[in-house]
Design a protein around this ligand. Structure first.
Ligand SMILES: [Cu+2]
Length: 201
């Protein structure tokens, strides 16, 4: 069954490709029109993770010293337009060869992990915290789970097709482990171990 699907997809691609080739010159000749229709939002956050200190505004805060060793760093870039949202997360200095969870959250980072609020959901689950796979899934939220390499580094990109609307997400939160997908645990990834605040560019 899987093989047939793969074949069908391949056939569909071949059928579509020549048409794309013909369309490309037209699209390229109207760059101004394309820019008008795409309202671009860019958010960014980066820094070395530090413990929260009252009165200071850190862009990257850690809540777990064991899973986020001193010297660990992260950088996040979020770009959103009328075609969707794309988020890139780069980390270094974390524990090597380890699975971490990560998502885009609603609010900015604060003294505790909870301050970042719930996951940013396109269609918001009326029941929070949301553990219903109908809402807590990687098409309705932005998941950035990653596994570090030998050096404790990782790079992950997530692209979703929904638009931000009037809302702007506040942070990316790192979690203890990869994200669950089953009923009742969908979207959960253990404790909140670090947070990166996103700022409009
Ligand atoms: Cu999360």
């Amino acid at each position: 069954m899987r093989k047939i699907n793969a074949l069908l997809t391949g056939a569909a691609l071949v059928a579509v490709l020549p048409a794309c080739g013909e369309e490309a010159p037209d699209a390229a000749s109207e760059p101004s029109q394309r820019q008008d229709s795409a309202k671009l939002t860019t958010l960014h956050g980066e820094g070395e993770f530090t413990d929260y200190r009252p009165g200071t505004q850190a862009s990257a805060i850690r809540y777990d010293k064991k899973l986020v060793p001193s010297g660990a760093e992260a950088e996040v870039t979020l770009t959103a337009d009328s075609s969707g949202v794309r988020v890139e997360l780069e980390v270094s200095g974390l524990l090597p060869n380890r699975e971490y969870g990560a998502h885009v959250h609603v609010k900015e980072c604060g003294p505790t992990g909870d301050d970042a609020g719930p996951h940013f959901q396109h269609e918001e689950d009326p029941k929070q915290p949301s553990v219903d796979p109908k809402y807590a899934n990687p098409e309705n939220e932005i998941w950035l789970d990653f596994t570090t390499d030998d050096e404790g580094e990782a790079e992950v990109t997530s692209a979703v097709k929904f638009t931000l609307g009037d809302r702007v997400p506040g942070s990316v939160v790192l979690h203890e482990h990869h994200t669950g997908t089953e009923e009742g645990e969908a979207g959960t990834a253990g404790g909140r171990i670090a947070c990166i605040t996103l700022v409009k560019q």
